[in-house]
Ligand binder design. Structure first.
Ligand code: 5GP
Ligand code: ZN
Length: 138
């Protein structure tokens, strides 16, 4: 199912050219237009899913082996020291293109390419409540 107005549908299906790193029946992996670091890659399903919540389980199952393969290839090709996987859902979480995608970001020691969160503090009682609350929704 393609969404005709979705730029990532067009890129994933080859209607718009891209710097493709990898392609199979399910995914196309492309270089990000505004990379956080050299080799920043996006793994795009060829079918339209707006976000993780909508992602078909078959695609969900297949996406991590692709990410692993690209992470290891990019690390080797670019002599990276590490790799981040990032996946944003909804505007509040930083999603700007509403077609599921997984970011693979090669990192070099001290590059400051990606701000990580500031570790907060946890309250044991509250943690128990939160775990039960989330678990209760599963
Ligand atoms: P998000 O913020 O939704 O998680 O990530 C969207 C990503 O897509 C951003 O990193 C942005 O630079 C990238 N992007 C947006 N439009 C295009 C495009 O037309 N081509 C490519 N290659 N990347 C894009
Ligand atoms: Zn799409």
């Amino acid at each position: 199912m393609k969404d005709c107005n979705c730029i990532f549908c067009k890129i994933a299906n080859g209607e718009i050219p891209s710097n493709t790193v990898y392609e199979d029946e399910y995914f196309r992996a492309i270089l990000d237009l505004s990379p956080a670091a050299k080799g920043h890659t996006l793994i795009l399903p060829k079918e339209h899913f707006a976000n993780l919540y909508e992602l078909d389980d078959e695609y969900a199952k297949r996406v991590m082996p692709v990410a692993k393969m690209i992470a290891m290839a990019a690390k080797k090709a670019l002599n990276a020291d590490g790799v981040n996987l990032v996946q944003n859902n909804e505007a509040a979480a930083g999603q700007t293109v509403p077609h599921f995608h997984l970011h693979v970001i090669p990192r070099h020691e001290g590059d400051n390419a990606l701000p990580l969160w500031t570790p907060g503090q946890s309250d044991p009682e509250e943690q128990k409540e939160i775990a039960a609350k989330i678990g209760g929704e599963l």
